[in-house]
Ligand binder design. Structure first.
Ligand code: SAH
Ligand code: SF4
Length: 358
């Protein structure tokens, strides 16, 4: 069987690096094996999480992101409750099993209480049926606990790069962007009871194949439940943009991202792995390619066209003029054309305790 040549035991750091750098024929076997591994351990379905881009106001200044607080060209917004609930209602009626509430990082009681109240309302209006993922950055243990008690059960907080020195290079040294704090938050989320998701950007300046291998081993050692990772994409209003001559070509970044998905599926057969929108920026079917390489989650955007342009973490965000309805049709059509099954109305969480195979 083809998976045998990529058994998890054989995937040590050295082998992972060699597979990230291998020829296309080997990579194609790797992706096939990972797709099969997903089918065996998780089944063939892709689960949908409707994405609410709640607010682009952010206190952080990450050197790669278009929403960084120093970018004065962004019109900042926060959706009102009615708008969030309208989008959530759309997700529910559409058969998306879950929603993701994502925002720039915000602090303060007004914001954290607003999120708690929204989570509670979402549970109420969906009769507890919609799964709720939050992705609102670093918060205190108390806030994480409150949001969990309100009904959120998954949290996404990417480590961005598991190499401490690379993390420092892509964040300002202003006391607000600490690698240790990021790790601490991941532990706090686990302690609060969440299914914990993290991830990295792939193809960053100064990033090596060894770094990417270490990222995968980091996910495994942290025993995470979900991973969302995708290519680093330039944003011309960010400091990292001036290092764009140091990054791999778009084709290479997509290929590296697909290989990362495949390797992670083989290392952690039971977790949820997202086919991220950033992959779609580099190829119209980038996300479907990720599904064939072992991913099993997609996040259709539900933001109104009037606000999509204001939530551009990178340049060339796809579907800027589409509304939630058009996005849904395109997602369904692309999946259907590729013969990919959808887990309608399902959360699609893995219940298994030991999620990796060692
Ligand atoms: N503020 C929250 C959630 C929104 S940002 C947070 O930072 O956790 C969500 C993710 O977008 C980040 O974790 C980062 O990995 C990704 N991102 C930001 N800028 C990016 C870029 N230029 N290219 C690719 N991904 C990017
Ligand atoms: Fe803010 Fe998240 Fe962008 Fe960093 S990555 S600037 S925290 S929105």
């Amino acid at each position: 069987m083809v998976t045998d040549c990529f058994s998890p035991e054989s995937l040590d750091r050295e082998r992972i690096v060699s597979l990230l750098e291998a020829d296309d024929d080997t990579a194609s076997l790797l992706k096939k094996a990972a797709g099969r591994c997903r089918d065996i351990h998780r089944g063939p379905k892709v689960y949908l999480r409707g994405l609410v881009e709640y607010s682009n106001i952010c206190v952080k200044d990450c050197l790669y992101c278009g929403l960084r607080c120093s970018n004065k060209d962004v019109h900042r917004y926060e959706l009102d409750d009615a708008k969030v609930l309208e989008e959530v209602g759309f997700a529910y009626r559409s058969g998306y099993g879950s929603v993701v509430i994502q925002s720039g990082e915000r602090t303060g009681r007004r914001f954290t209480s607003a999120v708690s109240a929204l989570v509670r309302r979402i549970k109420e209006i969906s009769d507890g049926r919609l799964g709720i993922t939050l992705s609102c950055g670093e918060q205190s243990a108390e806030v994480y606990r409150k949001w969990f008690e309100a009904g959120a059960h998954r949290y996404l907080l990417r480590i961005e790069s598991s190499r401490r020195s690379l993390y420092s290079m892509i964040h300002p040294q202003d006391g607000m962007h600490s690698y240790d704090r990021r790790i601490e938050c991941l532990h706090m989320l686990r302690d609060a009871g969440y299914k914990v998701g993290t991830g990295v950007m792939i193809g960053l300046p100064f990033q090596t194949a060894e770094d990417l291998a270490d990222d995968l081993l980091f996910f495994r050692d942290m025993d995470v439940d979900m991973v969302g990772m995708g290519p680093y994409l330039e944003h011309d209003r960010t400091p990292l943009y001036s290092y764009r001559n140091l990054i791999p070509s778009p084709e290479r970044r997509l290929e590296l991202s697909l290989r990362m998905v495949a390797l992670l599926r083989l290392l952690m057969p039971h977790i949820n792995i997202a086919a991220t929108t950033a992959m779609q920026v580099l190829h119209p079917y980038g996300r479907e390619m990720a599904v064939f390489a072992g991913a099993n989650v997609m996040m259709p955007n539900m933001t109104d066209p009037s606000n999509r342009g204001n939530y551009q973490i990178y340049n060339n965000k796809p579907g800027l003029n589409d509304d939630a309805e058009i996005t849904r049709s395109k997602v369904i059509e692309n999946l259907t054309v590729h013969g990919i099954e959808i887990g309608w109305n399902e959360w699609g969480d893995s219940d298994r305790k030991d999620k990796s195979v060692r």
